[in-house]
Design a protein. Structure first.
Ligand SMILES: Cc1ncc(COP(=O)(O)O)c(C=O)c1O
Length: 375
């Protein structure tokens, strides 16, 4: 269908394909007339928010008649203290997605380039294309590499040219679950020219602690061109609220703040995120559950003959060695929603978020049945 306004749209928007989110369980249940479906498709925390965030959320209702504190002072102060940076280095976002888009809006024009890796998080191409900037996509590691389909630092460096303004890098990466270790990242940051802003997206950082995945914030002082983004959507269990943040040099934060919507983080999100940050116990329970889930999914799927590389996040990438669409349909018919990756050009892969122990068993049983029935 021809869109009658297309010729009026900004050039970058004309060819833009929207982000494909995980299918909501309600939609699947409506479509198939089934109940009790489970969704392991969007890398959410199966435990949801912890008790402190829940209490803060309930209490926040009293404040929703008023606009939020546009500066998000309380949450920013807690984040600054947590990360050992100044208040003027913290930028809040409506999810970290918001911060990624702010970065693109701030630094990209049709005259410049942004670099990211093949199989990098799908929001980068959208954020870049919306500004009409050119994307320079670095080839990923091959499937038989130690980090299958992961970011290749040499290829990223080679993709940087004189017009490059931004480089997006997720560590660990979604949808591959792969990561760069401290030595690789350190060498990469040293080699990137200082006039290229490096966006190090650490949405899954909390899950990766203790797994040879570095904490990028340690390099903020040495590299003024580095921005580290984090989120409350994953390990903190607040995906539905939308809260994320960037840590950067104050001058860079100052630029982001010029384009940021004045009230981009809601009253409930500000309060719940600040409370979640203090709930060490819930975070630890989340991380422990995820470790068990990663091991169980990897073992169970491997036992079915599928390839599942190590993941430092809260999902596994599963290489089915055949077209994933039919297997995905068979899983959906059993009420199990995972993520097909055709939009990444990965036609044989599914991404599966770790769930509760019961959900993990359900996805494994559904996969076994799908494969046994010839999907
Ligand atoms: C690598 C990565 N970065 C950023 C995000 C954005 O998350 P949010 O906007 O909920 O913070 C996601 C979400 O899936 C992600 O996988």
């Amino acid at each position: 269908m021809v869109n009658r306004f297309e010729s009026l749209a900004a050039p970058g928007i004309r060819k833009l394909a929207p982000y494909v989110p995980g299918k909501p369980p309600e939609q699947l249940e409506r479509e198939l007339g089934i109940k009790d479906s489970i969704k392991l498709a969007s890398n959410e925390n199966p435990l949801g928010p912890g008790p402190r965030a829940r209490a803060a959320l309930a209490a926040s209702l009293a404040g929703v008649g008023m606009y939020p504190d546009g500066s998000g002072h309380v949450l920013r102060a807690r984040l600054a203290a947590r990360h050992g940076v100044g208040l003027d280095q913290v930028t809040l976002g409506n999810g970290s997605n918001d911060v990624l888009v702010l970065l693109a809006e701030t630094f990209l024009t049709p005259e410049v380039d942004a670099v990211y890796s093949q199989y990098a998080f799908a929001v980068y191409p959208i954020a870049v294309q919306a500004t009409s900037a050119r994307a320079s996509v670095a080839p990923a590691h091959p499937a038989d590499h130690r980090m299958p389909l992961g970011h290749d630092p040499a290829a990223l460096l080679a993709a940087i040219g004189p017009r490059t303004r931004l480089l997006f890098l997720a560590n660990p990466n979604n949808p591959t679950g792969t990561w760069l270790d401290a030595g690789e990242l350190d060498a990469l940051l040293r080699a990137i020219p200082p006039e290229v802003v490096v966006v190090l997206d650490e949405a899954y950082h909390e899950y990766s602690v203790g797994m040879s995945v570095p904490d990028g914030t340690q390099w903020l002082a040495r590299h003024p061109n580095l921005v580290v983004t984090r989120t409350f959507s994953k390990a903190y269990g607040l995906a539905g609220l939308r809260a994320g943040y960037a840590l950067s040099h104050p001058d860079l934060a100052d630029l982001l703040n010029r384009v940021r919507q004045p009230f981009n983080v809601s009253v409930p999100a500000l309060l719940a995120a600040a409370a979640a940050l203090e709930d060490r116990e819930h975070l630890e329970a989340t991380i422990a559950l995820n470790r068990q889930g990663l091991a169980r999914l990897r073992e169970g799927l491997s036992a079915l003959g599928l390839k599942v590389p190590l993941s430092a996040a809260n999902f596994v990438l599963c290489d089915l060695g055949r077209a994933a669409a039919a297997v995905n349909d068979a899983l959906l018919r059993q009420g199990v929603i995972v993520r097909p990756l055709a939009n990444y050009g990965l036609m044989n892969h599914l991404r599966i978020t770790t769930g509760t122990a019961a959900q993990n068993e359900r996805v494994l049983a559904a996969m076994a049945a799908a494969l046994a029935n010839g999907a």
